[in-house]
Design a binder for this molecule. Structure first.
Ligand SMILES: Cc1cc2nc3c(=O)[nH]c(=O)nc-3n(C[C@H](O)[C@H](O)[C@H](O)COP(=O)(O)OP(=O)(O)OC[C@H]3O[C@@H](n4cnc5c(N)ncnc54)[C@H](O)[C@@H]3O)c2cc1C
Length: 383
């Protein structure tokens, strides 16, 4: 019988606080010695896969291990724009990411304010004559095109997916870092000194634990930043051109993205901290050094965008990790050394919809109901 883990002592890095809350807290549970499926990482990917596994196969034993708290990584510090495709463009056989997201959330009864009214691509050239957005940022920034997309409340999506998994009988362990993975007859996880044998493992650890996922040297961990305004009036939102409540992102540089949150706050994001080693994330503080400078730059840009924003209070400043792989394409493959271990992540800052969609796909692949995609040369896949 393994040890009982609770979430009390979770490590929380000083990445700042976004304007939503994550309402899920796991119960203290005893670590099982054996499960059918183990999922490592409690972000959107890991939670969606866990919930979907139990949704499809309620009799399989499924456990999720999260090093810190649910949403501690990118997912709790995201912007929450739901976009189609991938950061590397459309990939063969990818399918309808936004349609899939809606379907998965509906099936799992996750209510997270998903709306899909479309998204604005904005830029300094080729601005549409009737662009609702006309901002000042290295030129005049306006809408160049409208594409499919929308937004969610990230706190509600994390809590909703975790509750969906938990309600269906999956075991969720917070404050449960997986320290290593060994292969015997089947994969064995070392969860804080407790061995857990699993029929199949999903590594959904994103920008952290790159040695565990086999992505060290193959994908670049970065840290990116965002701010949220105080609540604005409907007139102010309208003056900004955001009354249609469509998220936006630039198609040229300098990069800027954003969205309306909770009907009245506007979130803006930009800036990349380059990291030599993912472990720098463990001590990175948004109030110090380069992250603080990038936040100050972002704040200056936001204030110059439009007169409505000149003296606005920015109530939230935060950042979070992203992982960028080759050609900005997500990693979705078997681990180089373990056939029964699947690695999924590296969405290059474009993973809100994709993580849930591919998380459910990973669950189906682990259950033998679907093949993994063939997006990359499978040099890392053993025969
Ligand atoms: C500021 C910001 C804004 C963004 N905005 C958008 C956006 O608007 N739209 C969009 O599509 N994408 C956006 N992204 C990207 C998107 O948030 C991510 O792609 C997505 O959340 C990734 O989810 P994930 O579950 O794969 O990873 P994560 O949420 O990072 O989850 C990985 C989890 O694994 C855990 N973990 C790591 N190592 C271990 C271990 N050894 N044992 C156990 N657990 C471990 C971590 O604690 C973490 O909770 C943004 C990202 C940031 C930082």
């Amino acid at each position: 019988m393994g040890a009982t883990l609770s979430a009390n002592a979770a490590r929380i890095p000083p990445w700042g606080l976004p304007p939503w809350t994550i309402g899920f807290h796991s119960e203290p549970l005893t670590v099982p010695e054996e499960v059918d499926f183990a999922v490592v990482g409690g972000g959107f990917t890991g939670l969606a896969a866990t919930a979907w596994l139990r949704h499809l196969e309620p009799n399989k034993r499924v456990a999720l291990f999260e090093a810190s708290r649910i949403g501690a990584g990118s997912s709790g510090h995201t912007g929450g724009m739901t976009l189609s495709g991938t950061a590397g463009g459309e990939l063969p056989g990818l399918g309808d990411v936004l349609g899939g997201l809606s379907n998965i959330l509906r099936e799992l009864e996750v209510r997270c304010d998903l709306t899909l009214p479309g998204a604005f691509e904005i830029g300094r050239q080729g601005v549409m004559p009737n662009s609702p957005i006309m901002w000042n940022d290295s030129g005049t920034l306006g809408v160049t095109r409208e594409v499919p997309g929308g937004t969610i409340d990230p706190g509600k999506m994390l809590s909703g997916l975790a509750q969906a998994a938990s309600k269906r009988g999956a075991l969720i362990f917070e404050n449960a870092p997986v320290e290593s993975l060994s292969i015997e007859e089947s994969p064995v996880l070392n969860v804080q000194g407790n061995p857990v044998r699993a029929g199949c493992v999903l590594l959904a650890t994103n920008a952290e634990s790159l040695e565990l996922s086999g992505l060290a040297g193959q994908a670049q961990p970065k840290f990116t930043l965002a701010v949220a305004t105080e609540p604005l009036s409907a007139e102010q939102i309208s003056s900004l051109g955001l009354a249609p409540v469509k998220p936006f992102y630039t198609v040229d540089l300098p990069y800027l993205w954003g969205r309306v949150f909770d009907r009245n706050r506007v979130i803006f994001g930009s800036g990349l901290v380059h990291l030599e080693d993912w472990r720098e994330l463990l001590t990175l503080n948004v109030a110090e050094g380069q992250p603080a400078e990038l936040l100050a730059d972002l704040e200056r840009r936001v204030r110059d965008l439009h007169p409505v924003l000149r003296n606005v209070r920015l109530n939230h400043r935060w950042g979070g990790p992203i992982l960028i792989a080759d050609k900005w394409e997500p990693v979705f493959r078997r681990h180089a050394h373990h056939r029964d271990v699947v690695v999924l992540g590296a969405y290059s800052g474009h993973g809100v919809a994709l993580s849930v969609y591919l998380g459910a796909w990973a669950a189906e692949a682990m259950l033998g109901k679907k093949d993994l995609p063939q997006w990359e040369v499978n040099a890392n896949t053993p025969d």
